[in-house]
Each structure stands twice: as structure tokens, then as C-alpha cells.
Design a protein around this ligand. Structure first.
Ligand code: GLY
Ligand code: MN
Ligand code: MN
Length: 526
């Protein structure tokens, strides 16, 4: 075939239709009629209102009060392709989950729209009416039912109906087909009677494009449309939603406890997996798999990819490749979190001696990290600055590194802004907020995050570590290949910090007893 002929053949059928070339989908009228008939009716009774509904209404009210007279658009996000026609497991954007109370895989392409009311009297004591637009369950008489692999009931199971979500969430619902009109209606400059719009961007490309087009088309002079200023409107909404999550309500605290309890139980599974891990050429994967199985059995998913890092791999902060061997005599650092069905996640790290007993130098490093964590706990109290938690941990670590003769300068100099030598072995932060995202509230202003005041209802991690790499020539050989992190999840109460993950052993003696209780006295190889 000539190149020209080959080119013509290649254009006969559009490439994106060829995915169906393996399909033998029945297409007769007889089939369609038969397929549509004789199904038992779906459940008629509506579900009860979810426990979260009142809390989610309070969150919507808080946002509504901050943006009067503006339309707010909060997308859940679309399915993401992993490869060809297979998608990643769906997980909605956290701002959407927070404002709706929806968890698990609800709901691809959905969008929550806050429409300002004329008189400022809205739902839930706010100034807007909120409507959840989504693709509801299609009838069994539709092609979607049997032919749509991404949304059809025959393929992925029944999806919610409009009435079901309305009953569960206490929010108005509408079909996705009505979304475009709802978002674009009367968009424009409020000075001339239009409605200003704010969007949580970079969640759903289609919605970004829809909003951009509506803004462009309704600008008085499209050539002059100040897209940067409009972006700033959007950024303010995203920032405000992120800051709204700095303080957890009672329902969220309960979800954090559920996630932490499931994660703590998962660490038991990790220890139980070690005997097999040490016999496997990729033992870290055995550990990762044990925790993942537990996360899927007891929760929705992992909150983030598990770090199962044995020996020197523990000195790579985000070692998620997990291809290494697990060798008795070394440590294994495991950083893992179960995401509950509500999508709240724990984030816990324990560093375990693979053979069940810490060596002298391992114990020394571990104890330093533990002391740093305890110092951080001591200042994690309401009224103090969040950044002080890190400072307290660093003071302990710098002192200890000085005692061991590893610091090239006095600890005092290292701790100054011009020094920071100790950070060679602890380059990450000590704390981050935790919740729907493992690094929650990440778009909050610095004044409310690092420079913020620790306040009742906050949940954050305390996670100091020390990481001595095999290749590190600045330290004696005995330290090399040791990485230790201890990470707990803290709830701030009026009475001070509560360690949500306290059920998991933390001290070296407790960890050894815990492992002995699972293996017996002779360790995992017995
Ligand atoms: N698991 C990631 C972190 O500890 O921040
Ligand atoms: Mn963390
Ligand atoms: Mn972690």
C-alpha cells in the first residue's frame, strides 16, 4: 500500500471510536424491547437522612455567608483515565465531599452550585440555595443501563437517584443536563445586573471551560476581560474552603477516630506480614499488600500510597516504590493510612525492628525521635502557634545530634535561621493538618496555617524523624542506613492534645513487647 493509501485508511474511522471495535453490542429493536422489560421495580422507599447532613448544612451555611450574591461552583471532578479505557477508582474532590457529606465514589461529574437568592434568604440559614447536579441512575429502558461501561447499572451497579440523594443529604438535586444553564445563566458584572461567579478550579476541565467561556462571552469587552482578576475570585473561594476545614466538627472528629482505629488495626497486619516479608525478594511489597488488603476490607482505600521502607530505603522520605528486601537486623519504616468510607484519612508511621528487637544504635536514634515527638506534643496546646510544634521537635533533635558529635556547629547555631545544619537529617516538616486530605487545608493562608494559632477542633500530625543515608559521609558508619520516623495523629481539645493514635505502641520497649506478643519471643523468623 502506498503511504497515501495507508493515510486514507487510517482516517476512515475516528480513533476514539475504535475502542468499540471489539464490541459485539446487540443492536436490534427486539433486543432493546426485551432488555427494557420484566425487571422487578427498584426500591421505592427513600433512604433516611445521613448523620452528616446537618454538619454539611452548617459548612454550606459558613461558605454561603462569606460570598453573598455570588454563584459558587464546586465540582466533584471527572473520572480519571489510568490507561486506555480503564479509570482510576473514583474519588471526589475534598471540598465537594466536605460540603455535601458524600464519601466513597460519589459522584463522577457532579457539581454543587450555590445560587444566591434575591432576598438573601437561603437554605440552612445561608444566603444561597444549593443544588447538587449529578447523573442519576438511568432507567432499565435506556441504553445507558446495559451499554455504558462507565455509568450503566449493568456494568458498575445502581447509582443514586435524584430523590435518594435529596433524602440522604437534605439538599436539592437536579440532573446533570441542567447544569450548563445553571452555571452560565446571567453571568456577568454585578454592576450591570449580572451574577458574579466563583469556581473551584482545576477539578473538572469541562467546568473550567464552561465558566471561562461564560465569563468571556459576557465580558463587556472580551478583549479586555481581566482573566487574572477572575482567577483571583476563584482562588479566594478555594482558599476559604480549605480554611473551613482547619477546625473539624464533631462528625469529622468521629470519622478521624474511625480512620485511625482502622489504621492501627492495619499495623497489626503489617507485623503479622513480616515473617513472610523477610522470605520474599520484594518483602516491602508484602508489607504494603498486607496494609492495602486491610484498608480495602475496613475502609474505602488508602489515604495515600503506603511507604514500606526497610533499611536504607527508610531514608528516602517518600519511598513508595517498595521494591526492597526486608532483612532481620534492619528497621522497617511504615507510613500508612486507611481512608474511611467518609474519605477522612489517618496518617501514621511506626518504625519497627524487623527481628523484633532494636539494636543499641537503632534504639538511640529511635529514642531521640521519640523525645522530639514528646517535646512537640507538649507545646501542641490551644493558644500557641502551630509553627512552635516544629520548633520544639527541632530543638531536641539538634541537641541530640550535637551530643552525638554529628553537628558541625553548636546546636544553637544550627537552630538559627542562618544555620539549620540539623535539617540535613530531618528535611521535612513536623506537622501538617489532616482530614479529608492527608495534607489537609493545603490552600489555607500562611497566617492561618504555619503562623496560625492552635485551636480546639484541629487535627494534625506530629511526625519528627531522623534519616541517615548509607551514602552520608558526614556521619560515622554505625548510623548509616537508619531511618526513623514516628508519626501520630493529634486532636486538639480544650484540655490539650489527644493522641488519636495512642493505641499503637510508641516507645522502643512497647514496640518490642507488641511484636513479641504477635510473634512469640523468638521473633518473626521462628
Ligand atoms: N504520609 C505522608 C506524610 O506523612 O506526610
Ligand atoms: Mn504526615
Ligand atoms: Mn505519614
Amino acid at each position: 500500500m502506498s503511504t497515501e493509501a495507508a493515510g486514507a485508511a487510517a482516517t476512515e474511522q475516528p480513533l476514539d471510536e475504535r475502542v468499540n471495535n471489539r464490541s459485539q453490542k446487540p443492536d436490534s429493536d427486539a433486543f432493546r424491547a426485551f432488555m427494557a422489560a420484566n425487571w422487578a421495580p427498584s426500591a421505592q422507599e427513600l433512604p433516611a437522612r445521613d448523620d452528616v447532613a446537618d454538619f454539611a448544612a452548617g459548612r454550606r451555611r459558613a461558605i454561603s455567608m462569606q460570598f453573598p450574591k455570588e454563584r459558587l461552583v464546586i465540582p466533584a471532578g471527572a473520572l480519571k483515565v489510568r490507561s486506555n479505557d480503564t479509570d482510576y477508582r473514583y474519588r471526589p474532590h475534598s471540598a465537594f465531599a466536605h460540603l455535601t457529606g458524600l464519601g466513597v465514589d460519589h459522584e463522577p461529574d457532579a457539581v454543587l452550585v450555590f445560587e444566591p437568592t434575591d432576598d438573601g434568604e437561603g437554605d440552612d440559614g445561608g444566603q444561597h440555595r444549593a443544588t447538587l447536579y449529578f447523573r442519576p441512575l438511568a432507567g432499565r429502558d435506556t441504553e445507558q443501563f446495559y451499554a455504558d461501561a462507565r455509568a450503566g447499572e449493568f456494568w458498575i451497579g445502581a447509582r443514586p437517584t435524584l430523590a435518594e440523594f435529596a433524602a440522604r443529604l437534605g439538599v436539592a438535586t437536579a440532573h446533570l443536563d441542567e447544569l450548563e444553564a445553571a452555571i452560565t445563566k446571567n453571568v456577568g458584572d454585578p454592576a450591570i445586573g449580572g451574577t458574579s461567579i466563583r469556581l473551584v478550579r482545576k477539578v473538572d476541565d469541562n467546568i473550567d471551560a464552561l465558566v471561562d467561556t461564560a465569563r468571556y462571552n459576557t465580558a463587556q469587552d472580551p478583549q479586555e476581560a481581566d482573566l487574572a482578576a477572575l482567577d483571583a475570585l476563584d482562588a479566594k473561594l478555594t482558599e476559604t474552603l480549605s480554611e473551613l476545614r482547619l477546625i473539624k466538627d464533631d462528625w469529622e472528629i468521629e470519622q478521624m477516630q474511625i480512620a485511625v482505629a482502622a489504621t492501627a488495626a492495619g499495623f497489626e497486619e503489617i507485623i503479622k506480614s513480616l515473617p513472610r516479608a523477610i522470605t520474599h525478594h520484594r518483602g516491602e511489597r508484602v508489607v504494603e499488600g498486607a496494609f492495602f488488603a486491610h484498608a480495602r476490607e475496613e475502609g474505602n482505600e488508602l489515604g495515600y500510597d503506603t511507604i514500606a521502607a526497610a533499611g536504607n530505603n527508610a531514608t528516602t522520605l517518600h519511598w513508595t516504590r517498595n521494591t526492597g528486601q526486608v532483612t532481620p537486623g534492619e528497621l522497617i519504616l511504615v507510613d500508612a493510612g486507611v481512608e474511611a468510607d467518609s474519605l477522612y484519612t489517618a496518617d501514621i508511621t511506626r518504625t519497627l525492628p524487623v527481628n523484633g528487637t532494636y539494636s543499641e544504635v537503632q534504639r538511640k536514634v529511635y529514642q531521640a525521635v521519640l523525645d522530639a515527638a514528646d517535646a512537640a506534643f507538649a507545646v501542641a496546646v490551644p493558644g500557641r502557634k502551630f509553627r512552635g510544634v516544629h520548633t520544639a521537635a527541632m530543638e531536641v533533635l539538634a541537641d541530640r545530634l550535637q551530643d552525638w558529635g554529628l553537628l558541625p556547629v553548636p546546636a544553637e547555631v544550627a537552630l538559627s535561621a542562618e544555620g539549620q545544619h540539623h535539617r540535613r537529617w530531618m528535611p521535612h516538616g513536623t506537622s501538617h493538618h489532616l482530614g479529608l486530605d492527608v495534607h489537609d487545608c493545603a490552600q489555607a493562608k500562611r497566617e492561618l496555617y504555619l503562623d496560625g494559632i492552635i485551636t480546639e477542633g484541629m487535627v494534625f500530625t506530629i511526625e519528627p524523624g531522623l534519616y541517615f543515608k548509607n551514602e552520608d559521609l558526614a556521619i560515622p558508619a554505625e548510623y548509616r542506613g537508619i531511618g526513623v520516623r514516628i508519626e501520630d495523629d493529634i486532636l486538639i481539645t480544650a484540655d490539650g492534645p489527644v493522641n488519636l493514635s495512642e493505641a499503637l505502641p510508641r516507645t522502643p520497649d512497647e514496640v518490642e513487647s507488641w511484636m513479641a506478643g504477635i510473634y512469640g519471643a523468638n521473633g518473626p523468623t521462628s
